[in-house]
Design a protein around this ligand. Structure first.
Ligand code: 8YV
Length: 326
């Protein structure tokens, strides 16, 4: 196939779109308005390749109704929880993602939250901006020290490891829960302690950060029961997927002072945010911006292009997502 019909659902950086237009029979979404279900269905009826993003819910019914031409869903982004992988496999549609290129940016944002929440950065900024700051005082804006605390990382893949490296430099002791234990040399290099039992880890840490993909195993993983295992001085950080945390249970715990605070970049029903959370001063909130760097977006687009080219050449795309691994 020389020029596959490629439909891109969101506006990507210019260098990515220019290259796509040069290589493929590309239909771009220049005004970046998220496509509704009917628009997605129409795109999936005419495309050889769909390039969706996290805001597109590519569910089983849409995939089942896709045109015979659709052979590749080349996701722009690492997480693929918004794509029904089983339905794609049933239709023999290949799914790819863009792993690796967003790792460092997401880890940076995570560290920013890990530092900002216990030190109350958002509250301090708000105080100054409001004109309500009356001057230094010994008890003003007291937060909690980062160094010497225990960080619990759930999901020790690329991003979890990148967070561990950064956190160690700030003097945090690294604990992690992962299905598989890391190889011993890597574990030693990171100075990380494996907890095969997530519940056991929750009782010994001071800050919890989540870096596991959202899938059937992780959906609602941090629920009311597990939140109750956290000690009241614990901060929860989430820059992975909102659905991993039971947001109602988290809100109730924060409101009741059963948790010290939270740093949240992702939400269960983005972009809607529970007004009860908005009212809590000890929650720092960011708008799903963990990977939002120009460099990362371009690198992500380049991976999409590499995947499409490999597929069009009859090769196995480098980032093919295998069900059960995402
Ligand atoms: C991306 C993300 O911006 O890569 C991911 O899984 O969550 C984001 O950081 C998004 O997926 C782009 O579609």
């Amino acid at each position: 196939m020389t020029r596959p019909r490629v439909i891109v659902t969101r506006e990507l950086p210019d260098p990515v779109m220019d290259r796509m237009e040069a290589l493929f029979d590309t239909k771009l979404n220049r005004d970046d308005a998220p496509m509704d279900r009917a628009a997605l269905a129409a795109a999936m009826a005419e495309a050889d390749v769909l390039v969706p993003a996290v805001t597109d819910d590519i569910d089983g019914a849409l995939i089942a109704g896709a045109g015979d031409r659709l052979k590749l869903i080349a996701n722009f982004g690492a997480g693929v929880n918004h794509i029904d992988l089983a339905a794609a496999r049933a239709r023999r549609i290949v799914v790819t993602n863009t792993p690796g290129v967003l790792t460092e940016d997401t880890a940076d944002l995570t560290l920013a939250l890990i530092l900002a929440v216990p030190r109350r950065l958002a509250e301090g900024e708000k105080l100054v901006r409001s004109g309500g700051w009356t001057g230094w005082s010994p008890g003003g804006m007291l937060g909690h020290r980062i160094g010497g605390k225990a960080l619990g990382i759930v999901g020790m893949g690329r991003i979890g490891q990148a967070v561990a490296r950064r956190a160690a430099a700030f003097g945090l002791a690294i604990h992690y829960h992962n299905r598989h234990r890391l190889p011993a040399p890597l574990e030693a290099e990171l100075g990380a302690r494996w907890h095969p039992d997530l519940d056991a880890m929750l009782g010994v840490i001071d800050i919890l950060t989540l870096h596991t993909p959202r899938n059937a195993d992780s959906e609602g993983m941090i629920d009311a029961r597990r939140i109750a295992l956290l000690r009241p001085h614990v901060y929860l950080i989430n820059a992975s997927r909102g659905g991993i945390v039971d947001e109602d249970a988290l809100t109730a715990a924060l409101e009741a002072g059963r948790l010290a605070g939270a740093g949240l970049d992702v939400w269960r029903h983005e972009p809607a945010i529970d007004p009860r959370l908005l009212a809590l001063p000890n929650v720092m909130m960011t708008p799903h911006m963990g990977s939002a760097t120009m460099e990362g977006r371009i690198a992500s687009g380049e991976r999409v292009i590499a995947n499409i080219r490999a597929w069009a050449d009859g090769l196995r795309p480098p980032d093919q997502v295998l069900e059960g691994w995402a």
